[in-house]
Design a binder for this molecule. Structure first.
Ligand SMILES: [Zn+2]
Length: 466
């Protein structure tokens, strides 16, 4: 039997890159079956939030005199080295340890087995595979739930139970299936696979270094970054395009987000910023424009183009359509005029002398608003009706708004995405940085989440700058 390490950690929170370890529990099982147990409180160097104190029973007082992770890193490494790293939700514990080691300049890597996945593979008939379900299902003995060693012992017990319950062939087959590694692009560091997080976010593929940094190849978003990235390399559905991408790939980077909205917004922003060679050519925003209506008096509302350069763009109550150029905008309006018998002169599409009929009226297509045969107000009504299906959503709140998602808040204003903040200081920095240009993709994403926008003014007692 290969040497095993059943591992459980307690932490100050759920994010491996920001939160810290407060307790390590390891059950070592040697090749000859010898078992050693170890538990170590760790001073995280940061405050443990009250609800975490309650959940784990590990308080700030308890860790105050405990050694830092740096002080116990050597022993932790010795206890894990050369062993299969087994944990429940192994990515969590493995990710936390990797990050703690990384802060010390140590590149920690180990073969990993997740008991959630093992349970799911061996017992597919059950839906729940959390530790509490396993305790109940396999009658495991739990003494102090949510303490590191107690939870590591529970995983060890589960391991022993399955060896009673199932044949070693069955278990070996399950382990082989879980250990199977996808075929990776030729120039990629295979270790990257252990580092990829299993949460939502955006991932960035880079190619060869160039004078201005690594060449951006592709930006994508995912609910599960690891799964999505690996799906690019799955042999069974690789197209010629995916093959070319894999050949060029040298480096993968990622940004974890609290959820899907953050991932969508970051993706839209990064694609425009980096212009990756393998992303589909998105429309350029340079000439993006929309129709607005200008009051010329006597009930005449005349369409006028507003450009995306206009800071107020998208915030107005009536904007119609998003066009990549003034030419496209005019073509659409011209087609609507023909379809709805509108007057090209009143629409500003044709220049005529005052009181003279437009060309459309001469061929009986315009109903004669240009020569007083149709009241302006009536023509305007028909125009607004014709434009209705192009109408953009009006910016729903007064001023900037927040969309909360997990522990993050996305700051948005007039359909622009200003950035994501985790606290008031970050929020102030985003507000100070100002609004970016209007972007069509961002508008489309935000239009879906109007119901989740909270006016910034209602979130703060003191407005910024006062
Ligand atoms: Zn006319």
């Amino acid at each position: 039997m290969r040497p095993l390490a059943f591992v459980d950690l307690e932490t100050t929170g759920a994010t491996a890159t920001a939160d810290r370890i407060t307790e390590i529990g390891i059950v070592e099982v040697d090749a000859d079956g010898t078992v050693r147990e170890w538990q170590q409180l760790v001073n995280p160097g940061t405050r443990i939030p009250p609800f975490i104190e309650q959940l784990t029973g590990i308080s700030n007082e308890m860790v105050a005199a405990a050694p830092s992770f740096a002080a116990v890193a050597g022993e932790t490494l010795r206890r894990l080295e050369g062993r299969l790293f087994i944990a429940h939700n192994a990515r969590f514990d493995y990710g936390f340890l990797k990050n703690e080691f990384k802060r010390l300049g140590v590149d920690f890597r180990a073969p990993v087995l997740c008991t959630v996945k093992l349970s799911r593979t061996l017992y597919p008939q059950f839906h729940r595979h959390n530790l509490d379900s396993l305790i109940e299902r396999h009658a495991l003995r739990a003494d102090a739930r949510h303490r590191a060693l107690a939870d590591a012992q529970l995983i060890h017990q589960f391991w022993q139970k399955i060896h009673v319950d199932r044949s070693s062939d069955e278990i070996d087959a399950a382990l082989a299936k879980l250990a199977a590694r996808p075929s990776l692009p030729p120039h990629l560091d295979p270790g990257i696979i252990d580092d990829l997080p299993e949460g939502p976010g955006v991932y960035l593929f880079y190619g060869e270094p160039t004078e201005s940094g690594d060449l951006p190849l592709y930006v994508g978003k995912a609910k599960d970054i690891r799964k999505r990235v690996l799906s690019h390399f799955a042999a069974d559905h690789s197209s010629a395009k995916e093959m070319a991408l894999a050949q060029q790939l040298r480096r993968i980077d990622w940004i974890e987000t609290a959820g899907e909205i953050g991932a969508l917004l970051k993706e839209a922003t990064l694609v425009k910023q980096l212009l990756p060679t393998h992303n589909r050519l998105l429309r350029k925003n340079d000439e993006l424009c929309t129709w607005t209506l200008v009051d010329e008096g006597e009930g005449w509302l005349r369409p006028e183009l507003a450009s995306a350069h206009d800071l107020d763009f998208g915030a107005r109550t009536s904007c119609y359509g998003l066009f990549k150029s003034a030419r496209e905008a005019a073509e659409v309006l011209r087609a609507l005029a023909a379809e709805h018998n509108l007057c090209d002169a009143l629409l500003g599409l044709e220049r005529t002398a005052p009181g003279k009929p437009c060309f459309g009226h001469q061929i009986r297509r315009c109903k004669g608003a240009c020569v007083g045969r149709e009241p302006y107000a009536r023509h305007t009504m028909r125009l607004v009706g014709a434009l209705a299906r192009l109408k953009l959503a009006a910016w729903p709140v007064n001023g900037p708004a927040l969309i909360r998602e997990g522990d993050e808040a996305h700051l948005v204003d007039s359909w622009r995405y200003l950035g994501t903040a985790k606290n008031d200081d970050e929020l102030d920095a985003l507000l100070a940085a100002g609004r970016p240009r209007f972007d069509r993709d961002t508008y489309k994403i935000l239009a879906k989440y109007v119901g989740r926008m909270i006016p910034l003014s209602s979130q703060r007692a003191v407005p910024p700058g006062e």
